[in-house]
Design a protein around this ligand. Sequence first.
Ligand SMILES: *[C@@H]1O[C@H](CO)[C@@H](O)[C@H](O)[C@H]1NC(C)=O
Ligand SMILES: *[C@@H]1O[C@H](CO)[C@@H](O)[C@H](O)[C@H]1NC(C)=O
Ligand SMILES: *[C@@H]1O[C@H](CO)[C@@H](O)[C@H](O)[C@H]1NC(C)=O
Ligand SMILES: *[C@@H]1O[C@H](CO)[C@@H](O)[C@H](O)[C@H]1NC(C)=O
Ligand SMILES: *[C@@H]1O[C@H](CO)[C@@H](O)[C@H](O)[C@H]1NC(C)=O
Length: 399
Amino acid sequence: MGSKSFLGTCFLFLVAFSLKTNAADFDIKKYGAKADGRTDDSQAINNAWRDACAAATPSTVVIAKGKYLVGPVRFGGPCKAAVSIRVEGTLQAPAEPEKLKSQDGWVVFQNVDKLSVFGGGTFDGQGKLAWSKNNCAKTGKCNSLPINIRLTGVTNSHIQHITSLNSKLFHMNVINCKHLTLEHITIDAPQESLNTDGIHIGRSSNINVTNANIKTGDDCVSIGDGSQQINVEKVICGPGHGISIGSLGRYHNEQPVEGVTVRNCTVSNTSNGVRIKTWPASPNGVASNLHFEDIIMNNVKTTPVLIDQGYCPYGQCQARLPSKVKITNVSFKNIRGTSQDPVAVKLVCSKGIPCQNVQVADINLTYNGNKGTATSECANVKPTVSGKVNPQVCAKNVA
Ligand SMILES: *[C@@H]1O[C@H](CO)[C@@H](O)[C@H](O)[C@H]1NC(C)=O
Ligand SMILES: *[C@@H]1O[C@H](CO)[C@@H](O)[C@H](O)[C@H]1NC(C)=O
Ligand SMILES: *[C@@H]1O[C@H](CO)[C@@H](O)[C@H](O)[C@H]1NC(C)=O
Ligand SMILES: *[C@@H]1O[C@H](CO)[C@@H](O)[C@H](O)[C@H]1NC(C)=O
Ligand SMILES: *[C@@H]1O[C@H](CO)[C@@H](O)[C@H](O)[C@H]1NC(C)=O
């Protein structure tokens, strides 16, 4: 082969190769998205996804810079091969809650394996109008608004470098997922916005949340029943309600929570710090191997470290019957900072089933108000205390 024809072959090869990589990009603008922030671009996204999901080789849906008004969008699988979504632009939900079906998600990822979402883009729920209509504090029913980003049945996947803004209800809901990493996620909603939990995880296993920055009006991260092997690391939380396991034991047929580690997090100006909460009068349940370590608390309003087995908001339970959720193997280690409430540590376990194997080590929580010094409150628990611990934990154990 002469060098000329060799170069020619290389050239053809390159052309073929670049055509191939282009063919794997599904740019929603080529599907008619206007990106003017006024025209509904849902159909363009749905069509681009449909083609990407049907592609036999890995493909990418491209959402370039710009503002896209979209109604509910569903990225549904199963797909033939791995699919990525590069979101550089901003997706905007309609502000009026009536335009989205309730109890559902605005952006839904469902039954997808090997999904990757990245690109620095924003999912803007435009929740302001919805929050003013949310009366769940009165009714106790909070599910009548759409969740910003729903991940259901998503496996072996990676979501990174995206922002969820002003969700109408929860920002991200992870249900029935396995082997999923959420990394460099930014969540932003005002402190006053009701039920805008940052990331909720339930009935899922092997989930990692790392490097998230969460400012919102409810729990920054909440972990519900059926969660197993969950890692929450390097989360900066606040304002918000802290990082929470539970509430558990409200419903029948809840699955065990098993293996949760919350590590290297900073919680500032929140109503709570880290907590495990279960309802009184609950069915039998299990929560075990739950570890909180290397956590900084800044100016947490009530009880930075909390186990509450009498969790009963809205007064909707028989508070006198004990919780039957069995809590075993819990540790709180290296937790320091400030509390606005003198009760900095509260471990109130069930009188029906006391907590077992609770370890407390290296706590330094100072009370920054004027009603004395920090204290602890305990019931139905005999923790193993080690290292330097301030305040003293469960010195007078009310058993
Ligand atoms: C989650 O993180 C842990 C430790 O940081 C790592 O061992 C594990 O493989 C990660 N899991 C996933 C699903 O990425
Ligand atoms: C988290 O880890 C980093 C790196 O090891 C460290 O610099 C930082 O102080 C840690 N933060 C907390 C809250 O433990
Ligand atoms: C917490 O609130 C105080 C007073 O409102 C404010 O000065 C501070 O910057 C806040 N800290 C964080 C980390 O948000
Ligand atoms: C609690 O931890 C111990 C020792 O690490 C372990 O043997 C036991 O199985 C754990 N209990 C539960 C309920 O996971
Ligand atoms: C606990 O924190 C306070 C205030 O931040 C600090 O003055 C004190 O030295 C700390 N104590 C220990 C044992 O680290």
